[in-house]
Ligand binder design. Structure first.
Ligand code: NAD
Ligand code: TDX
Length: 349
Protein backbone atom coordinates (compact mmCIF):
# COMPACT_ATOMS: atom_id res chain seq x y z
CA UNK A 1 0.00 0.00 0.00
CA UNK A 2 1.32 3.42 -1.01
CA UNK A 3 1.72 5.74 1.97
CA UNK A 4 0.77 9.38 1.39
CA UNK A 5 2.70 12.03 3.34
CA UNK A 6 1.69 15.60 4.01
CA UNK A 7 5.05 17.23 4.74
CA UNK A 8 4.74 20.85 5.85
CA UNK A 9 7.65 23.29 5.60
CA UNK A 10 9.27 20.95 3.09
CA UNK A 11 11.03 23.79 1.27
CA UNK A 12 13.08 24.65 4.35
CA UNK A 13 16.35 23.13 5.52
CA UNK A 14 15.32 19.93 7.32
CA UNK A 15 12.04 19.44 5.44
CA UNK A 16 13.77 19.44 2.05
CA UNK A 17 16.40 16.98 3.31
CA UNK A 18 13.60 14.79 4.69
CA UNK A 19 11.63 14.78 1.41
CA UNK A 20 14.76 13.75 -0.52
CA UNK A 21 15.53 11.11 2.13
CA UNK A 22 12.10 9.43 2.01
CA UNK A 23 11.69 9.60 -1.79
CA UNK A 24 15.09 8.02 -2.14
CA UNK A 25 14.32 5.34 0.46
CA UNK A 26 10.71 4.43 -0.38
CA UNK A 27 10.61 5.36 -4.09
CA UNK A 28 7.25 4.34 -5.62
CA UNK A 29 5.86 3.16 -2.29
CA UNK A 30 5.10 6.72 -1.19
CA UNK A 31 3.48 9.93 -2.39
CA UNK A 32 4.60 13.24 -0.89
CA UNK A 33 2.65 16.50 -0.72
CA UNK A 34 4.87 19.40 0.31
CA UNK A 35 2.83 22.26 1.79
CA UNK A 36 4.99 25.33 2.24
CA UNK A 37 4.21 29.04 2.49
CA UNK A 38 7.63 29.97 1.05
CA UNK A 39 8.55 32.48 3.71
CA UNK A 40 12.08 33.90 3.48
CA UNK A 41 13.28 30.46 4.71
CA UNK A 42 11.48 28.43 2.02
CA UNK A 43 13.61 27.78 -1.04
CA UNK A 44 12.43 25.60 -3.92
CA UNK A 45 16.02 25.34 -5.17
CA UNK A 46 16.41 22.87 -2.27
CA UNK A 47 14.07 20.47 -4.06
CA UNK A 48 15.36 20.56 -7.64
CA UNK A 49 16.31 16.88 -7.45
CA UNK A 50 12.71 15.82 -6.81
CA UNK A 51 10.57 18.46 -8.52
CA UNK A 52 9.85 16.23 -11.52
CA UNK A 53 9.33 13.09 -9.45
CA UNK A 54 5.82 11.73 -10.11
CA UNK A 55 5.51 10.79 -6.46
CA UNK A 56 5.92 14.40 -5.31
CA UNK A 57 3.77 17.53 -5.50
CA UNK A 58 4.36 21.04 -4.20
CA UNK A 59 1.51 23.15 -2.83
CA UNK A 60 2.24 26.77 -1.94
CA UNK A 61 0.20 27.65 1.13
CA UNK A 62 -0.03 28.37 4.81
CA UNK A 63 -0.54 25.74 7.51
CA UNK A 64 -2.82 28.29 9.22
CA UNK A 65 -5.21 28.27 6.24
CA UNK A 66 -8.22 26.22 7.42
CA UNK A 67 -9.82 25.77 4.01
CA UNK A 68 -6.62 24.85 2.23
CA UNK A 69 -5.62 22.24 4.80
CA UNK A 70 -9.16 20.77 4.89
CA UNK A 71 -9.13 20.55 1.09
CA UNK A 72 -5.80 18.74 1.07
CA UNK A 73 -7.26 16.12 3.40
CA UNK A 74 -10.29 15.82 1.08
CA UNK A 75 -8.24 15.59 -2.08
CA UNK A 76 -5.60 13.15 -0.85
CA UNK A 77 -5.82 10.05 1.28
CA UNK A 78 -3.19 11.28 3.73
CA UNK A 79 -1.58 8.67 6.00
CA UNK A 80 1.16 10.73 7.60
CA UNK A 81 1.53 14.38 8.55
CA UNK A 82 5.08 15.51 9.32
CA UNK A 83 5.02 19.09 10.55
CA UNK A 84 8.30 20.90 9.93
CA UNK A 85 6.64 24.24 9.09
CA UNK A 86 7.74 26.87 11.57
CA UNK A 87 9.41 30.15 12.11
CA UNK A 88 12.71 28.70 13.29
CA UNK A 89 15.25 31.42 14.03
CA UNK A 90 15.72 32.52 17.65
CA UNK A 91 17.15 35.97 16.79
CA UNK A 92 14.14 36.80 14.63
CA UNK A 93 11.80 35.78 17.47
CA UNK A 94 13.60 38.22 19.76
CA UNK A 95 12.99 41.06 17.28
CA UNK A 96 9.39 40.17 16.50
CA UNK A 97 7.47 37.17 17.83
CA UNK A 98 4.02 37.41 16.25
CA UNK A 99 4.65 35.14 13.26
CA UNK A 100 6.16 32.59 15.65
CA UNK A 101 2.95 32.39 17.66
CA UNK A 102 0.77 32.32 14.56
CA UNK A 103 2.61 29.67 12.57
CA UNK A 104 4.14 27.59 15.34
CA UNK A 105 1.11 27.48 17.64
CA UNK A 106 -2.02 28.21 15.59
CA UNK A 107 -0.66 26.49 12.47
CA UNK A 108 0.03 23.33 14.47
CA UNK A 109 -3.47 23.47 15.93
CA UNK A 110 -4.99 23.78 12.45
CA UNK A 111 -3.09 20.73 11.21
CA UNK A 112 -4.10 18.70 14.26
CA UNK A 113 -7.73 19.68 13.97
CA UNK A 114 -7.93 18.79 10.28
CA UNK A 115 -6.03 15.53 10.70
CA UNK A 116 -8.37 14.56 13.53
CA UNK A 117 -11.45 15.29 11.41
CA UNK A 118 -10.12 13.37 8.44
CA UNK A 119 -8.87 10.37 10.39
CA UNK A 120 -11.46 9.88 13.13
CA UNK A 121 -13.78 6.91 12.62
CA UNK A 122 -15.51 7.04 16.04
CA UNK A 123 -14.83 8.33 19.54
CA UNK A 124 -11.09 7.88 20.13
CA UNK A 125 -10.92 5.64 17.02
CA UNK A 126 -8.88 6.43 13.92
CA UNK A 127 -8.20 4.97 10.50
CA UNK A 128 -5.54 2.26 10.64
CA UNK A 129 -1.95 3.24 10.02
CA UNK A 130 -2.26 7.03 10.21
CA UNK A 131 0.11 9.20 12.24
CA UNK A 132 0.83 12.88 12.97
CA UNK A 133 4.44 13.75 13.79
CA UNK A 134 5.39 17.08 15.36
CA UNK A 135 8.99 18.09 14.69
CA UNK A 136 9.99 19.87 17.87
CA UNK A 137 13.27 20.96 19.38
CA UNK A 138 15.52 20.48 22.41
CA UNK A 139 15.08 24.21 23.09
CA UNK A 140 11.69 23.56 24.70
CA UNK A 141 13.56 22.17 27.74
CA UNK A 142 15.34 25.48 28.35
CA UNK A 143 19.04 25.67 29.09
CA UNK A 144 21.63 23.70 31.09
CA UNK A 145 24.69 24.75 33.03
CA UNK A 146 28.04 23.17 32.18
CA UNK A 147 27.61 20.37 34.74
CA UNK A 148 23.90 19.52 34.55
CA UNK A 149 22.90 16.23 32.96
CA UNK A 150 21.44 16.08 29.46
CA UNK A 151 17.74 16.64 28.70
CA UNK A 152 15.63 13.49 28.84
CA UNK A 153 12.00 13.23 27.72
CA UNK A 154 11.08 13.69 31.40
CA UNK A 155 12.89 17.03 31.78
CA UNK A 156 10.28 19.73 32.49
CA UNK A 157 9.46 22.08 29.63
CA UNK A 158 11.01 25.49 30.39
CA UNK A 159 11.53 27.55 27.24
CA UNK A 160 13.22 30.97 27.32
CA UNK A 161 13.00 32.56 23.88
CA UNK A 162 9.77 33.46 22.09
CA UNK A 163 10.79 30.85 19.49
CA UNK A 164 11.17 28.03 22.00
CA UNK A 165 8.06 29.15 23.90
CA UNK A 166 6.01 28.91 20.69
CA UNK A 167 7.44 25.45 19.98
CA UNK A 168 6.65 24.41 23.57
CA UNK A 169 3.09 25.73 23.16
CA UNK A 170 2.72 23.63 20.02
CA UNK A 171 4.06 20.55 21.85
CA UNK A 172 1.49 21.02 24.61
CA UNK A 173 -1.33 21.20 22.07
CA UNK A 174 -0.09 18.11 20.26
CA UNK A 175 0.15 16.21 23.55
CA UNK A 176 -3.38 17.33 24.45
CA UNK A 177 -4.72 15.75 21.24
CA UNK A 178 -3.27 12.45 22.40
CA UNK A 179 -4.24 12.78 26.06
CA UNK A 180 -7.79 13.91 25.23
CA UNK A 181 -8.63 12.35 21.87
CA UNK A 182 -6.12 9.47 21.67
CA UNK A 183 -5.08 10.76 18.28
CA UNK A 184 -2.15 8.72 16.87
CA UNK A 185 0.81 11.05 17.10
CA UNK A 186 4.38 11.50 18.24
CA UNK A 187 6.66 14.40 19.11
CA UNK A 188 10.38 14.43 18.34
CA UNK A 189 12.77 16.87 20.00
CA UNK A 190 16.06 17.22 18.19
CA UNK A 191 19.25 19.11 18.89
CA UNK A 192 20.93 21.59 16.48
CA UNK A 193 21.05 20.29 12.92
CA UNK A 194 23.59 21.15 10.24
CA UNK A 195 24.11 20.10 6.62
CA UNK A 196 23.21 21.05 3.04
CA UNK A 197 20.46 23.63 2.32
CA UNK A 198 20.56 25.34 5.74
CA UNK A 199 19.59 29.00 5.46
CA UNK A 200 22.64 31.20 6.13
CA UNK A 201 21.20 32.92 9.18
CA UNK A 202 22.10 29.90 11.33
CA UNK A 203 25.59 29.58 12.85
CA UNK A 204 27.32 27.09 10.54
CA UNK A 205 26.28 28.32 7.07
CA UNK A 206 26.54 31.96 8.20
CA UNK A 207 30.10 31.49 9.41
CA UNK A 208 31.02 29.47 6.31
CA UNK A 209 29.91 32.23 3.93
CA UNK A 210 31.44 35.06 5.92
CA UNK A 211 34.67 33.17 6.40
CA UNK A 212 34.95 32.32 2.70
CA UNK A 213 34.45 36.02 1.88
CA UNK A 214 36.94 37.01 4.60
CA UNK A 215 34.31 39.00 6.49
CA UNK A 216 34.24 39.39 10.25
CA UNK A 217 32.72 36.43 12.10
CA UNK A 218 30.23 37.68 14.74
CA UNK A 219 30.47 35.44 17.81
CA UNK A 220 27.88 36.29 20.45
CA UNK A 221 29.09 36.99 24.00
CA UNK A 222 32.02 34.79 25.08
CA UNK A 223 31.50 32.16 22.37
CA UNK A 224 31.38 29.52 25.10
CA UNK A 225 27.69 28.60 24.69
CA UNK A 226 27.30 24.93 23.89
CA UNK A 227 25.09 23.22 21.29
CA UNK A 228 24.69 19.50 20.58
CA UNK A 229 25.20 19.08 16.81
CA UNK A 230 23.55 16.45 14.60
CA UNK A 231 23.99 15.94 10.85
CA UNK A 232 20.64 16.48 9.15
CA UNK A 233 20.22 13.02 7.56
CA UNK A 234 20.51 11.47 11.03
CA UNK A 235 17.54 13.61 12.07
CA UNK A 236 15.67 12.42 8.95
CA UNK A 237 16.31 8.74 9.73
CA UNK A 238 15.07 9.25 13.30
CA UNK A 239 11.84 10.91 12.13
CA UNK A 240 11.27 8.13 9.61
CA UNK A 241 11.67 5.52 12.34
CA UNK A 242 9.39 7.29 14.83
CA UNK A 243 6.70 7.78 12.20
CA UNK A 244 6.69 4.14 11.16
CA UNK A 245 7.57 2.30 14.38
CA UNK A 246 6.80 4.33 17.50
CA UNK A 247 3.84 3.78 19.76
CA UNK A 248 1.33 6.68 19.55
CA UNK A 249 1.67 9.29 22.27
CA UNK A 250 5.43 8.81 22.75
CA UNK A 251 7.95 11.63 22.75
CA UNK A 252 11.53 11.02 21.57
CA UNK A 253 14.69 13.08 22.01
CA UNK A 254 17.12 12.98 19.09
CA UNK A 255 20.76 14.01 19.40
CA UNK A 256 24.25 13.07 18.32
CA UNK A 257 26.32 13.37 21.52
CA UNK A 258 28.29 16.13 19.87
CA UNK A 259 28.47 18.98 22.33
CA UNK A 260 30.70 21.79 21.10
CA UNK A 261 30.97 25.43 22.05
CA UNK A 262 30.47 28.08 19.40
CA UNK A 263 34.13 29.11 19.31
CA UNK A 264 35.11 25.49 18.61
CA UNK A 265 32.69 25.41 15.67
CA UNK A 266 33.86 28.74 14.26
CA UNK A 267 37.53 27.76 14.58
CA UNK A 268 36.78 24.41 12.93
CA UNK A 269 35.27 26.21 9.92
CA UNK A 270 38.24 28.61 9.76
CA UNK A 271 40.71 25.71 9.81
CA UNK A 272 38.74 23.77 7.22
CA UNK A 273 38.56 26.67 4.80
CA UNK A 274 42.18 27.70 5.32
CA UNK A 275 43.21 24.13 4.48
CA UNK A 276 40.84 23.52 1.57
CA UNK A 277 40.05 26.94 0.11
CA UNK A 278 42.37 29.83 0.99
CA UNK A 279 45.28 29.52 3.40
CA UNK A 280 45.18 33.20 4.33
CA UNK A 281 41.86 32.68 6.19
CA UNK A 282 42.68 32.97 9.90
CA UNK A 283 41.10 33.25 13.37
CA UNK A 284 41.72 37.04 13.17
CA UNK A 285 38.29 37.18 11.51
CA UNK A 286 36.59 36.28 14.81
CA UNK A 287 34.80 39.29 16.30
CA UNK A 288 33.06 39.09 19.64
CA UNK A 289 29.75 40.97 19.49
CA UNK A 290 26.95 41.80 21.94
CA UNK A 291 25.38 38.66 23.36
CA UNK A 292 21.97 37.37 22.23
CA UNK A 293 19.25 38.42 24.72
CA UNK A 294 18.34 35.52 27.02
CA UNK A 295 21.04 33.40 25.32
CA UNK A 296 20.60 29.77 26.43
CA UNK A 297 23.97 28.58 27.72
CA UNK A 298 23.95 24.89 26.86
CA UNK A 299 21.77 22.25 25.18
CA UNK A 300 22.54 18.57 25.56
CA UNK A 301 20.31 15.70 24.51
CA UNK A 302 20.02 12.25 26.03
CA UNK A 303 18.69 10.14 23.17
CA UNK A 304 18.89 6.73 24.86
CA UNK A 305 15.09 6.23 24.62
CA UNK A 306 14.99 6.25 20.80
CA UNK A 307 18.22 4.22 20.69
CA UNK A 308 16.85 1.53 23.02
CA UNK A 309 13.21 1.41 21.90
CA UNK A 310 13.57 1.94 18.16
CA UNK A 311 17.19 1.02 17.49
CA UNK A 312 18.11 4.44 16.07
CA UNK A 313 21.67 5.65 16.11
CA UNK A 314 23.45 8.55 14.42
CA UNK A 315 25.52 7.39 11.44
CA UNK A 316 27.51 10.54 10.65
CA UNK A 317 30.35 11.64 12.95
CA UNK A 318 30.86 15.36 13.55
CA UNK A 319 34.08 15.39 11.50
CA UNK A 320 32.44 13.59 8.57
CA UNK A 321 29.30 15.74 8.79
CA UNK A 322 31.27 18.99 8.75
CA UNK A 323 33.31 17.75 5.80
CA UNK A 324 30.13 16.86 3.88
CA UNK A 325 28.59 20.23 4.77
CA UNK A 326 31.64 22.36 3.90
CA UNK A 327 32.09 20.52 0.60
CA UNK A 328 28.41 20.95 -0.25
CA UNK A 329 28.58 24.72 0.34
CA UNK A 330 31.88 24.94 -1.55
CA UNK A 331 30.32 23.17 -4.56
CA UNK A 332 27.04 25.08 -4.47
CA UNK A 333 28.06 28.68 -5.10
CA UNK A 334 24.95 29.24 -7.20
CA UNK A 335 22.64 28.15 -4.36
CA UNK A 336 24.41 30.61 -2.03
CA UNK A 337 24.41 33.42 -4.60
CA UNK A 338 20.65 33.00 -5.21
CA UNK A 339 19.97 33.16 -1.47
CA UNK A 340 22.18 36.19 -0.92
CA UNK A 341 20.78 38.21 -3.84
CA UNK A 342 17.19 37.12 -3.16
CA UNK A 343 16.63 35.53 -6.58
CA UNK A 344 15.69 32.20 -4.92
CA UNK A 345 12.35 33.87 -4.19
CA UNK A 346 11.53 33.96 -7.92
CA UNK A 347 11.13 30.20 -8.01
CA UNK A 348 7.56 29.45 -6.91
CA UNK A 349 6.80 26.04 -8.45
P1 NAD B 1 13.54 26.46 8.22
O1 NAD B 1 13.32 27.82 8.79
O2 NAD B 1 14.74 26.21 7.37
O3 NAD B 1 12.27 26.04 7.35
C1 NAD B 1 10.96 26.30 7.74
C2 NAD B 1 10.04 26.08 6.53
O4 NAD B 1 8.69 26.27 6.96
C3 NAD B 1 10.29 27.06 5.40
O5 NAD B 1 10.31 26.37 4.15
C4 NAD B 1 9.10 28.01 5.46
O6 NAD B 1 8.73 28.56 4.20
C5 NAD B 1 8.03 27.08 6.00
N1 NAD B 1 6.94 27.81 6.68
C6 NAD B 1 7.06 28.78 7.62
N2 NAD B 1 5.84 29.21 8.02
C7 NAD B 1 4.93 28.47 7.33
C8 NAD B 1 3.51 28.41 7.31
N3 NAD B 1 2.78 29.24 8.08
N4 NAD B 1 2.90 27.54 6.49
C9 NAD B 1 3.64 26.71 5.70
N5 NAD B 1 4.98 26.72 5.67
C10 NAD B 1 5.62 27.58 6.47
O7 NAD B 1 13.50 25.48 9.46
P2 NAD B 1 14.31 24.15 9.74
O8 NAD B 1 15.62 24.50 10.35
O9 NAD B 1 14.28 23.28 8.54
O10 NAD B 1 13.42 23.50 10.89
C11 NAD B 1 12.30 22.68 10.57
C12 NAD B 1 11.60 22.27 11.83
O11 NAD B 1 12.50 21.57 12.67
C13 NAD B 1 11.09 23.45 12.66
O12 NAD B 1 9.82 23.11 13.18
C14 NAD B 1 12.11 23.60 13.78
O13 NAD B 1 11.51 24.13 14.95
C15 NAD B 1 12.55 22.17 13.97
N6 NAD B 1 13.93 21.99 14.45
C16 NAD B 1 14.98 22.60 13.82
C17 NAD B 1 16.28 22.37 14.26
C18 NAD B 1 17.46 23.01 13.58
O14 NAD B 1 18.57 22.89 14.08
N7 NAD B 1 17.30 23.68 12.44
C19 NAD B 1 16.51 21.52 15.34
C20 NAD B 1 15.40 20.91 15.98
C21 NAD B 1 14.13 21.14 15.50
O1 TDX C 1 25.87 35.07 14.24
C1 TDX C 1 25.75 34.22 15.16
N1 TDX C 1 26.67 34.18 16.16
C2 TDX C 1 26.60 33.32 17.22
O2 TDX C 1 27.46 33.34 18.10
C3 TDX C 1 24.65 33.27 15.20
C4 TDX C 1 23.60 33.26 14.13
C5 TDX C 1 24.60 32.39 16.26
N2 TDX C 1 25.52 32.42 17.25
C6 TDX C 1 25.40 31.46 18.36
C7 TDX C 1 24.08 31.47 19.08
C8 TDX C 1 23.92 30.03 19.51
O3 TDX C 1 24.57 29.84 20.76
O4 TDX C 1 25.53 30.16 17.80
C9 TDX C 1 24.66 29.22 18.44
C10 TDX C 1 23.74 28.60 17.41
O5 TDX C 1 22.87 29.62 16.96
P1 TDX C 1 21.72 29.33 15.86
O6 TDX C 1 22.36 28.73 14.66
O7 TDX C 1 20.93 30.58 15.72
O8 TDX C 1 20.90 28.15 16.55
P2 TDX C 1 20.13 28.05 17.97
O9 TDX C 1 19.80 29.36 18.49
O10 TDX C 1 20.95 27.13 18.83
O11 TDX C 1 18.78 27.31 17.50
C11 TDX C 1 18.83 26.24 16.54
O12 TDX C 1 18.75 24.98 17.13
C12 TDX C 1 17.52 24.52 17.58
C13 TDX C 1 17.76 26.39 15.45
O13 TDX C 1 17.80 27.68 14.90
C14 TDX C 1 16.39 26.07 15.98
O14 TDX C 1 15.43 26.11 14.93
C15 TDX C 1 16.41 24.70 16.58
O15 TDX C 1 15.18 24.44 17.19
Amino acid sequence: MIKTYLVTGGAGFIGSNFIQYILNKYKNDIFVINLDKLTYAGNLNNLKSVEKNKNYVFVKGDICDKKLVANLFKKYNIDYVVNFAAESHVDRSINSAEEFVTTNVYGTFNLLENAKKAWQTGEDCYKAGVKYLQVSTDEVYGALTEKESSFTEKTPICPHSPYSASKAGADMLVKSFYDTHKMPLNITRCSNNYGPYQFPEKLIPLMFIKCKNKQQLPVYGTGLNVRDWLYVTDHCSAIDLVLRKAKPGEIYNIGGNNEKNNLYIVNYIINYLSKHFDKTISPDLITFVKDRKGHDFRYSINSSKIQKELGWKPEVSFEKGIELTMNWYLKNDKWIKDVLDGSYKNKTT
